[in-house]
Write a protein that binds this ligand. Structure first.
Ligand code: GCU
Length: 606
């Protein structure tokens, strides 16, 4: 009971830490990067966190000397300290440990990271934040031996103010990273991707004035492309009644406002002659917000995205989303993708395929992907890892999902490329699940009413006629776009019967096929009916694409998937060997035949 209570207290504390406001647009702020080599200690038994009675050192008045976050050193030759970060090996941050250290390839558990640093141009009158692009899965963060906070969720950003603990020189930042899977987490125990652990994205220090620009949203008003809706939130003692200026020079906008007592201002500004952002015109405007002692500049595209009956309209014009699904992995280097270079490889391949749209599966990808999509004119489906069989009735599990959704929307709400928020993937229908997902959709709409809501649902054959596929799911009533995964010809049904398949969809909404595909080992050639051959995968695309084109309201597809990706579920030798082989490109970057089948199909679509 004492342990359960302390766990609950811990969870509530995490929520409070997680509620530290996320700095908007840290991406384009100047900061001091802490990327590079970090010392690490693999702590399978979490000896550095719990004493031998499994009581956490964390949060106690005088944590024992074996509390790793103290970074203790022996006082003299007799003193006993049984860990030493500076004698420990190092690895790259950002980066997962699985692809960097062979011994950690399959490792799921705790690894402690330590980074020592001095603050460049330290100014004691300023405020300092440390920002993490993501840490998989649970991060406990300490500065100079004291707790800064904790974060749960492997794919979204978080930051902590550290002004109160920071010094000019000889700081040490320690992060306990734990990527253990659990039934009540998001994602839950079973997924079809590699559970890469570590500090997987950028770590940056931001120096800010006492009062700074904490958050803003600048997008066209919903369904009104002649007006920009803006809100700005300041943080700091002088946030109230503060002069704020906003300039968008190319739109001849130069405005000044006063914040209310809470440091908040919301306005709508009419706009003329906007070059609307689109896949063929990825126009980004330079936008600057300034207050007395702070200024942020962002690059924002203005576009409207909506549905009308069975159509998806981009800037009021019907669009077909020529897409591909992508996992956040740089298979050629190995491990989680995180850099702009990684993003250029993945989105470069998507562009080569002829895509104007991508599904970033099944979790929020790094910000380089979405910023590059903004620049390249690629529309994006973003998703939180509410994947397969989540604990629908567990309130804490729901809170974890909602926090990840909130952090995603908080990060990308000013990105023109991001058009769809997906609440989930392949989740079993039940009342509890419907309640869970509907709450998430409501939250998403409350946070951002300018984008479309969807989820990857599932179809199945009609009892009375197996050649007729239907989607029986009450969540289809809640979404703006009906999306479902369909694997006819791979996970059921004969490949040579695909041409006879029909979908019966009696819902007046656009339809996106969020997944279809087949596995193939690149370089394995055989007749078209031989599974795992490139020819079988090619045939499945040749049969499926024209069949899907007949679906009433079909407005987009994201075949599964762009590149083969690592998965512990895929053990079949010689074909899989730890890889899901449904990629159109192999882990060595070689294109399979079906790559060209899809490319040709997209070339024929307006
Ligand atoms: C599912 C799932 C994917 C998975 C794919 C597959 O539909 O959404 O995550 O990788 O099927 O089985 O290959």
């Amino acid at each position: 009971m004492k342990f359960i209570i302390s766990l609950n207290i811990l969870f509530i504390t995490i929520c409070t830490w997680a509620n530290q406001p996320l700095l908007q647009n840290n991406y384009l702020r100047n900061g001091q990067s802490l990327n590079g080599r970090w010392h690490y200690i693999v702590d399978v038994y979490e000896t550095g966190y719990y004493n031998y009675r499994m009581e956490p050192h964390d949060g106690t008045e005088n944590p024992g000397s074996s509390a790793f976050f103290l970074n203790k050193k022996p006082k003299n030759k007799t003193d006993r300290i049984e860990y030493d970060f500076d004698a420990a090996p190092t690895m790259n941050v950002p980066g997962d440990w699985n692809s960097q250290k062979e011994k950690l390839f399959y490792y799921e558990g705790t690894v402690w990271y330590k980074k020592s640093f001095n603050v460049e141009n330290y100014d004691a009158s300023k405020r300092y934040y440390v920002h993490f692009g993501a840490v998989n899965y649970r991060a406990d963060v300490y500065l100079n031996g004291k707790k800064l906070g904790a974060h749960v969720g492997g794919f979204t950003p978080f930051n902590f103010e550290m002004t109160h603990l920071l010094q000019e020189k000889d700081n040490f930042l320690i992060v306990k990273v734990d990527n253990k899977r659990a039934a009540d987490e998001v994602p839950t125990l079973s997924t079809d991707w590699w559970n890469y652990g570590g500090i997987t994205r950028d770590v940056t220090i931001y120096e800010l004035d006492e009062t700074f620009i904490e958050d803003y949203k600048i997008q066209l008003t919903k369904n009104n492309n002649k007006e920009v809706s803006i809100y700005i939130q300041l943080n700091g003692e002088n946030k109230g009644n503060q002069n704020v200026s906003l300039s968008i020079p190319e739109l001849k906008i130069n405005k000044a406002f006063i914040t209310d007592d809470e440091g908040y201002v919301a306005i709508k500004i009419p706009v003329k002659r906007v070059s609307y952002w689109s896949d063929t015109n990825p126009k980004l405007y330079e936008v600057t917000i300034a207050i007395a002692k702070d200024k942020v500049t962002d690059k924002i595209g203005f576009r409207t995205i909506e549905t009308k009956g069975k159509e998806i309209l981009l800037n009021g014009k019907k669009i077909f989303l020529k897409g591909i699904s992508i996992h956040e992995e740089n298979v050629m280097r190995g491990g989680r993708a995180w850099s702009m270079e990684d993003a250029k490889v993945l989105l470069g391949w998507a562009k080569e395929l002829g895509c104007n749209y991508v599904r970033l599966a099944h979790y929020p990808h790094n910000e380089n992907m979405i910023r590059l999509a903004d620049q390249m004119g690629i529309l994006v489906w973003e998703e939180i890892p509410v994947y397969w069989t989540i604990q629908w009735t567990n309130a804490e599990t729901y809170q974890k999902a909602e926090t990840q959704l909130t952090e995603l929307i908080q990060r990308d709400k000013n990105r023109a490329s991001s058009i769809i928020w997906s609440m989930a993937n392949e989740t079993p229908t039940s009342q509890e699940r419907l309640t869970f997902l509907t709450k998430l959709a409501t939250k998403a709409r409350a946070l951002d009413d300018t984008r479309l809501i969807s989820a990857a649902l599932e179809d199945h054959g009609k009892k009375e006629d197996k050649n007729i596929m239907i989607v029986e799911d009450e969540f289809a009533e809640v979404v703006d776009v009906l999306s479902f995964n369909q694997y006819y010809g791979w996970y059921g049904g004969e490949i040579d019967n695909i041409k006879n398949i029909r979908w019966e969809i009696d819902i007046d909404k656009p339809v996106i096929i969020s997944e279809f595909g087949a596995g193939a080992l690149q370089g394995f050639h055989a007749d078209k009916m031989t599974r795992w051959s490139e020819e079988f995968q090619e045939l499945l695309y040749e049969e499926t694409l024209p069949t899907l084109a007949k679906i009433p309201g079909i407005s987009g597809i994201t075949p599964w998937t762009l590149v083969d990706f690592r998965s512990p579920r895929r053990t079949l030798l010689p074909y899989q060997d730890g890889w899901n082989r449904k990629g159109l490109i192999s882990e060595t970057g070689n294109k399979k035949k079906a790559f060209y089948t899809l490319k040709a199909f997209y070339e024929n679509i307006e």
